[in-house]
Design a binder for this molecule. Sequence first.
Ligand code: NOJ
Length: 516
Amino acid sequence: MPKWLNTAVFYEIYPQSFYDTNGDGIGDLQGIIEKLPYVKSLGCNALWLNPVYDSPFMDAGYDVRNHKQVAQRYGTNEDMKRLLDTAHEMGIRVLLDLVPGHTSDTNPWFQEAKKAKKNEYSNRYIFTNSVWDAPSEYRLMCGICERDGNYLVNYFSSQPALNYGFDEITHPDWQLPCDHPDCLATAEALKDIMRFWLDMGADGFRVDMADSLVKNDKEKHATAKIWQGVREMMDKDYPDAALVAEWCYPERAIKDAGFHMDFYLDHYGNGYSRLFRYLDEKSENHAFFHKSGKGDITAFLDEYVPAYELTKDLGYISFMTNNHDMPRATYYMDKETIKLSHAMIFTMPGVPFLYYGDELGMRYQQELVSKEGGYSRTGSRTPMQWDSSKNLGFSEADADKLYLPVDSEEDAPTVENQKDDANSIYKVVTDIIRLRREIPQLGNDSDFEVVYAEKEKYPFVYRRGDYVIFVNPSGKDETIPFAEDIKDTVYTIGKVDFKDSKATVCASSLAIIRTK
Ligand code: NOJ
């Protein structure tokens, strides 16, 4: 386990939208380099960059054309090397995005695989043996190439699935077993890409759709085996490099596959969404973090606690404020509630991730037309809001040349107008990250224990070592029994009172207290 993960706090950057230094309306690596001091000032000491590789951008770069080349619009490989070196000098680690499940259909491997004549790459992707063979249980692109066969896609139509083989073989004429030399070659090609960036100085990878490698792999054991091989390579040659899975199944990702971290994602109705996202008006089933007070903390805990217990000695479950795939928190919660939710995220165990602009409470721009395959995700990918200058400080380009428009509201939050505002989300986020750093018991490794959590009731109270955190996102004051000694109140949002062996957690309030 890389030691630096003990104290890592990540900042996710969507490179397109962070900072444009050459005036072309799109963010670049030089922009990230120039803003490293800002990342550091937030208290973050690690970055995750969404894909920066050469791509036709049908899926914002998750459709890789050249795995070993930085996309021209972001700069050059030399710029990446400079970014890594500069970040390291500042004590900041950098994870790149690894897309192992598919490539762009413009990738040279696929160009070869499409050819009728058999070649080295004919089995790099998954083709049926004839265009007339198109079983409906598979997502196939039909009648596209000179090769007589249809190919499987992993995500969008432009993203053919790489071939790591099938666990259960239902069509032996075209499905290969995982130990077929051509499937093993795909895994080797993946490792080769990883080595390229790790040798340059990258500190590891966020792994896209990490569970999608082997097909018909119900329990994901065959997929896990491939990651174990990757982990072996890393332990041997890059012991300080880290892997975080986009999987959202800690038992499989951390325990079976050997990932150091696994994201807690907002899958519909799961624990994360029942905390921060779920808004089912019909059933009146709300997220716990909502003023309605109709949430149920046990919907989260019943899922989280067993997963945490099972994996806490092996790796980290990663909470995130948001990511580039989901509507920003502002779509679901008001400002007061967001402060509480972020305060919880940064006082939970695991390695936390802050999505760029979430420290400002950037809005989800719901009305935007899809950009680069973003669709409903586009509204969370708008330019970072730095200050009150042109394009909110993102770019010198004319507004119509920007990757996406900047927030046009007069009260758009910016770093400039939030950072000295005592009432801002920025203040809470930076305060709590600082506390997390100062008090290791609030950090990544320290224990977690539920103190008070009742079905459909508020507040939620949890312990981190000698510290107890009380949070009540509902619109109503709540009083519960609490008889422990209070040595110190370390942090409060709103108002929490302790009297007569009771704690009253007022509406929209949070407190962190020390008990020993
Ligand atoms: C998950 C990524 O986060 C998302 O942005 C992308 O579109 C899909 N995987 C496909 O790679």
